[in-house]
Design a protein around this ligand. Structure first.
Ligand code: RFL
Ligand code: PHB
Length: 398
């Protein structure tokens, strides 16, 4: 069976859903195809930190109301090392900017609702998705719905199907360059029914490895600890997790970590990846389909939002004036921001994690780096402006 739309969007993550919403606001029709069920995408635990620019955009396009009510604004973060806390005053160092803690699956719920309320077409639980003819002016997406083969004819395809999706590998290998770094460790993430231990996120560097204390609500906490990338959650009974977190987060001032029942456990691989260019013909990659950053900088979802903001504008220009100028510049516009986020995420990882080749010298360098960034206003400002999010136009940093 055949269908038609202007934008065929593969993947209903933050990138795909927000793109569909932004296009709708400009009168451009799209169809979003998603492998998983609505219930599944609305309950998968992932990101938590939204940059100021992401918060502002979600608000401006009418999907920020619940986020403003239920999310929590944080004006600083804490770097913990040598058993002591050092606060980075994000707000004070960036002229009043901040971050919002609001779970990614809540953003997903808000976007799905907005699209469905507006009559948007989101097709869940489709299978066998493949993209065709995107090097012509008549691309197609083929898939199965309820087992029935379907074809979606569109003007362009947006590959928003995450790192393991099918869009990126559909670009001929000779027409893309991939940059990748895989780290020898992962993050063990938990959700715990416990009271808050800290008003602000703590990034802890410890000889036993990195730990992170974040939050979702006054009753639900999100914590991570660096682990072996090949580790198995079966090796981590609750008592071991709390023991390890408490050891890595111990301070000299009697602070204590509040524990409670663990409701979710998972291991996240640590990888950095970029594909260049992010476009081939009429196939445009956005979000994790085009790049992965280590989660230490809390940038992945924010980059996905930044990509689709650029793409939506370029497509709007195309549909209004048939000009392809902005579309042709899509990769060029997005990639400098992507690489800056890579640099920041790599740096945050490098100064807080224990590496395989750890030696006493590297450990001292990490401490010197952390000492510098927490004692020099200039260095702290560099961290803060990256953490709250660089402006869309990087030249405005000057
Ligand atoms: P997603 O979210 O992976 O969505 C892709 C969607 O595409 C679907 N899909 C397909 N659909 C149709 N056909 C196919 N062949 C398909 N293949 C896949 C998938 O089912 C899925 O629904 O990509 P998107 O939209 O680019 O969004 C990216 C973000 O999800 C990701 O960057 C963030 O979660 C990264 N991240 C963080 N980012 C932040 O900005 N701030 C954070 O605090 C933050 N913390 C995190 C994170 C990622 C983490 N993990 C789990 C990797 C913390 C963690 C632990
Ligand atoms: C989270 O709250 O899930 C979170 C916070 C900070 C990060 C990554 C994830 O760097």
């Amino acid at each position: 069976m055949g269908r038609e739309t202007q934008g065929g969007i593969v993947g209903a993550g933050p990138a795909g859903l927000l793109l569909s919403h932004l296009l709708h606001l400009q009168g451009i029709d799209s169809v979003v195809l998603e492998l998983r069920s609505r219930a599944d995408i609305e309950s998968t635990i992932r990101a938590g930190v939204l940059e100021q620019g992401t918060v502002d955009l979600l608000t401006a396009v009418g999907v920020g109301e619940r986020m403003r009510r239920e999310g929590s604004v944080h004006h600083g973060i804490v770097l913990r090392f040598g058993g002591r806390d050092h606060r980075i005053d994000l707000h004070g160092l960036t002229g009043g900017r901040a971050i919002m803690l609001y779970a990614q699956h809540e953003v997903i719920k808000d976007l799905v609702k907005a699209r469905l309320d507006a009559g948007g077409r989101l097709l869940f639980e489709v299978t066998d998705v493949s993209v065709h003819d995107f090097d012509t002016s008549a691309p197609k997406v083929r898939f199965r719905q309820g087992g029935e083969p379907q074809e979606l004819r569109c003007d362009f395809v947006a590959g928003c199907d995450g790192f393991h999706g099918i869009c990126r590998p559909s670009i001929p290998a000779t027409r893309r360059t991939e940059y990748q770094r895989i780290y020898p460790f992962g993050w063990f993430g938990i959700l715990a029914e416990a009271p808050r231990s800290t008003p602000e996120i703590i990034y802890a560097r410890h000889e036993r490895g990195f730990a992170l204390v974040s939050t979702r609500s006054p009753e639900l906490q999100r914590l991570y600890l660096q682990c072996d990338s090949k580790d198995d959650i079966a090796n981590w009974p609750d008592e071991r997790i709390w023991q390890e977190l408490k050891a890595r987060l111990a301070t000299t001032d009697g602070w204590s970590l509040m524990d409670g029942p663990i409701t979710q456990k998972g291991i996240v691989a640590m990888r950095s990846f970029v594909v260049e260019p992010m476009q081939y013909g009429r196939l445009f990659l956005a979000g994790d389909a085009a790049h992965i950053v280590t989660p230490t900088g809390a940038k992945g979802m924010n980059l996905a939002v930044a990509d689709v903001r650029v793409l939506a504008r370029a497509l709007a220009e195309f549909f209004t004036s048939r000009s392809t100028e902005l579309l042709e510049r899509y990769s060029q516009t997005c990639l400098p921001r992507v690489w800056r986020a890579q640099r920041f995420s790599w740096w945050m990882t490098a100064v807080t994690h224990r590496f395989d080749d750890d030696d006493a010298f590297s450990g001292q360098l990490q401490l010197a780096e952390l000492d510098y960034v927490t004692s020099s206003r200039a260095a702290a400002t560099a961290l803060a402006e990256n953490y709250v999010g660089l402006p869309m136009d990087a030249s405005s940093l000057k």
